[in-house]
Write a protein that binds this ligand. Structure first.
Ligand code: SF4
Ligand code: SF4
Length: 125
């Protein structure tokens, strides 16, 4: 199963390993569980638009739907990275970043700016 989430997060490195991923048959992302129907707005929006993920959306950069309205802006940065370089490059780049000591996702979120987060990931491309 594809571990790259609709929002751009990478489920392999999630702090919540009990969740099998938001593309699984039994997803329980901690963010999605905040909603009464347990459905993540980003997943719902992607499915309604027929998109593989938010990285395929022309409105991504300015989007504030669901997870993009939280402090976890690393998801927006990684989705923008995928939009520019593709999922395979994201996979290898994130692996390289973590192998080189980048504390994903915390060190990215701590930057507080999507552009800076994107630039940090691009350093390992
Ligand atoms: S916030 Fe939504 S899209 Fe992102 S990992 Fe969680 S369920 Fe998936
Ligand atoms: S509008 Fe926002 S939540 Fe919906 S697919 Fe586009 S980027 Fe994702």
């Amino acid at each position: 199963m594809d571990k790259i989430a609709y929002c751009g997060h990478h489920c392999t490195y999630c702090f919540y390993p009990e969740c099998p991923g938001c593309r699984s048959d039994n997803p329980f992302c901690s963010y999605a569980t905040l909603f009464s129907d347990r459905k993540c707005p980003n997943v719902t929006c992607c499915l309604e638009r027929g998109l593989d993920g938010c990285y395929e959306c022309a409105e991504l950069a300015a989007c504030e739907i669901g997870f993009y309205s939280t402090d976890e802006q690393v998801a927006k940065a990684t989705a923008l990275f995928i939009q520019q370089y593709g999922k395979a490059c994201y996979q290898t780049t994130l692996e390289r970043a973590i192998q080189n000591g980048a504390n994903y996702p915390h060190a990215f979120n701590a930057l507080g700016d999507v552009g800076l987060m994107l630039a940090l990931l691009e350093r390992y491309r």
